[in-house]
Design a protein around this ligand. Structure first.
Ligand code: AMP
Ligand code: ZN
Length: 473
C-alpha cells in the first residue's frame, strides 16, 4: 500500500500565503540562507534566524527529503572595511577570527552545518561575470565614478517581494554624497569603485571597470547561482532582509538568467530585547558567550527559540530562559529514564505513535515548533505514566524510544549534562563569590538579589559554618 502524500507547508513571503512545498526534483531541497557579516561575533538575534534555518533543515529531513544548504559569510562590506582601517588590519585579519567564533557558536548551539559556507571574497570572478551579464542585458550601467549600478526602472518585477510600488521605493531611497553619479536615487550598487581605504585594507579587486569591490546584494546572487543553480527551491533569511536585500537579489538574478530565482521565500521574525527589561544575566551583549557565562545551556536556548513560532517576534528575558532551562531538565530526566527502562506497556506504544503523528503534523504545517513541543510534552507525560505502571511489553518501549529519538532529531533538546553541568558550576561559583563580596561590604540588598537569581535558576543555597553550600533543585 502506498503512503498518502504528506504535504509540507510553508509561508511564502512572495505570495504572502502558506503554500504546499516540495523540492523541484522531489528529493533534495536546495536552499540558500543569508549568513552572518563577520566583523563582530553573531548575536543571539542572528542565531534566532540561524536556528530557524536549522529547524527548517531538520524538518525537511524528517519529511524524508535531503538538503543541500548554502550559507554565505559576508567577509567584505562597509563595516568590515571601517573596522579593519581603524585597527590597521586587512579585512581578512578582521573576518577570520570572527568566522571561527561563528562556527564554534554554531556547533555549541547544535545547528547542523550547511553543506557549503562560501566566503564572498572567494567569488569575485563570478560576481564580475554576473555584472557583465547585466550590463550586456541593458539593466546595469557604469557611472562616471566607475561604479556599476542596477537600473531598477529597467526590471519589470522590481518591488514584487516587498510589495513596494515605485513611488515608495523612491521616497525611501537615500542619496549619499558619493552616489551622486547614479541615474536614479533608488538604483543600487552592483560594483563600487575603490576608495583609498578599500585599497589599504585589501578590499579592492581588478575588474573591467577598474579597481573596486562588490555590492552586498551581488554576492548572494552570484554564490547562489554558482553553487545551487539559477532557481533555488528555497531562500531564507531574517525579516529585515526582504527589502532591499532580497528584492535586489531577485532583480540581479532574474534580470541575468531570465529564470525565477527562488520557488519559495521564507523569513524569520526578530528576537527583541526591550530596554529596561533586557536580560539581566545576559547583559547587553546577548551573545552565545554571554549565554554560557550566564549558566544557560544550548538546549535551553533551543527550547526558548522553538517555543515561539518563527514568524512571531520573541522577547529575550532571563525569566523565559529559566523556564526553558527547567523544561529541558525534564526532557533530560526523561531521556535517562527511557534509556534505563527494560520494557513498557501497549499503551506506551499507542502514546508513541500518536505523539509522532501530532509532532509531524505540527512541523509540516509551516514549521509549527510550539505545537510540536506541546506534542512532545504530551507524549512525555503519557510515557512517564506508562513507565510508572511498569509492564513487560518490550515493543512499547522500543516505540517510545524511536519516537523520542525522532523528535530530538529535529528539536535536539536533551541537555549535555557533562558540558552543561561544568558551565553551571562555573556560573554558580562566580555568583557565590559576588555574593560573598556583597555580604562583606554589608550590601545585603545585593546579596539577597544574587540569592534570588540563583533560586530562579533552580539553585538552592545554604550558608553553613564551613561556607556556602549549594545544590540544584
Ligand atoms: P547580518 O550579520 O547583519 O548580515 O545578519 C545575519 C542574519 O541575522 C540575517 O538573516 C538577519 O536578518 C538576521 N538578524 C539580524 N538581527 C536579528 C534579530 N534581532 N533577530 C532575528 N534575526 C536577526
Ligand atoms: Zn543574502
Amino acid at each position: 500500500m502506498t503512503q498518502p502524500a504528506r504535504t509540507f507547508r510553508l509561508f511564502d513571503t512572495m505570495s504572502r500565503q502558506v503554500v504546499d512545498f516540495a523540492p523541484a526534483d522531489g528529493q533534495v531541497v536546495r536552499f540558500y540562507s543569508c549568513g552572518p557579516t563577520v566583523y563582530n561575533p553573531a548575536h543571539l538575534g542572528n542565531f534566532r534566524t540561524f536556528l530557524f534555518n536549522d529547524l527548517l533543515r531538520r524538518s525537511v529531513q524528517l519529511r524524508g527529503w535531503s538538503v543541500f544548504q548554502v550559507q554565505n559569510l559576508t567577509d567584505v562590506d562597509d563595516k568590515i572595511i571601517k573596522r579593519a582601517d581603524e585597527q590597521g588590519k586587512t579585512i581578512r585579519e578582521v573576518t577570520e577570527p570572527v568566522s571561527e567564533v561563528f562556527f564554534a557558536d554554531r556547533d555549541y548551539l547544535r545547528i547542523q552545518p550547511a553543506e557549503s559556507y562560501p566566503k564572498a571574497t572567494d567569488y569575485i570572478p563570478q560576481m564580475i561575470a554576473l555584472v557583465e551579464r547585466l550590463i550586456a542585458r541593458g539593466v546595469a550601467y557604469v557611472a562616471d565614478d566607475k561604479s556599476v549600478y542596477f537600473a531598477i526602472d529597467r526590471f519589470e518585477g522590481y518591488g514584487r517581494l516587498s510589495r513596494l510600488d515605485r513611488r515608495e521605493v523612491r521616497a525611501g531611497a537615500r542619496v549619499s554624497q558619493d552616489e551622486y553619479s547614479k541615474e536614479n536615487a533608488q538604483d543600487f550598487a552592483l560594483w563600487k569603485s575603490a576608495k583609498p581605504e578599500d585599497e589599504r585594507v585589501e578590499a579592492a579587486w581588478d575588474s573591467p571597470w577598474g579597481l573596486g569591490r562588490p555590492g552586498w546584494h551581488l554576492e548572494c546572487s552570484a554564490m547562489a547561482i554558482d553553487l545551487i543553480g539559477e532557481t533555488l527551491d528555497l531562500h531564507t533569511g531574517g525579516i529585515d532582509l526582504v527589502f532591499p536585500h532580497h528584492e535586489d537579489e531577485i532583480a540581479q538574478s532574474e534580470a541575468a538568467t531570465g529564470q525565477p530565482f527562488a520557488r519559495c521565500w521564507c523569513h524569520g521574525a526578530f528576537l527583541l530585547t526591550d530596554g529596561a527589561k533586557m536580560a539581566k544575566r545576559l547583559g547587553n551583549t546577548a551573545t552565545v558567550k554571554g549565554l554560557r557565562e550566564g549558566g544557560f545551556s544550548a538546549a535551553a536556548l533551543r527550547h526558548f527559540v522553538f517555543n515561539t513560532h518563527y514568524r512571531k517576534e520573541l522577547n529575550l528575558s532571563d525569566e523565559a530562559l529559566d523556564h526553558s532551562s527547567e523544561a529541558v531538565r525534564r526532557i533530560g530526566d526523561f531521556a535517562e529514564r527511557l534509556e534505563g527502562a527494560k520494557a513498557g506497556t501497549s499503551e506506551l506504544a499507542v502514546a508513541a505513535n500518536e505523539g509522532m503523528k501530532a509532532f509531524e503534523a505540527a512541523l509540516f504545517d509551516d514549521l509549527n515548533a510550539p505545537e510540536a513541543m506541546a506534542a512532545l510534552f504530551t507524549f512525555l507525560k503519557s510515557a512517564n505514566r506508562e513507565l510508572d505502571r511498569g509492564g513487560d511489553y518490550v515493543e512499547g518501549l522500543k516505540a517510545a524510544r524511536a519516537t523520542f529519538a525522532r523528535m530530538m532529531g529535529v528539536l535536539d533538546l536533551v541537555p549535555d549534562r557533562t558540558v552543561e553541568d561544568a558551565e553551571l558550576v562555573a556560573y554558580v561559583e562566580e555568583r557565590l563569590a559576588a555574593r560573598k563580596v556583597a555580604r562583606g561590604a554589608r550590601n545585603f540588598a545585593e546579596s539577597d538579589r544574587i540569592r534570588d537569581e540563583l533560586v530562579a535558576r533552580g539553585v538552592q543555597i545554604e550558608d553553613t559554618a564551613q561556607g556556602t553550600k549549594w545544590k540544584v533543585g
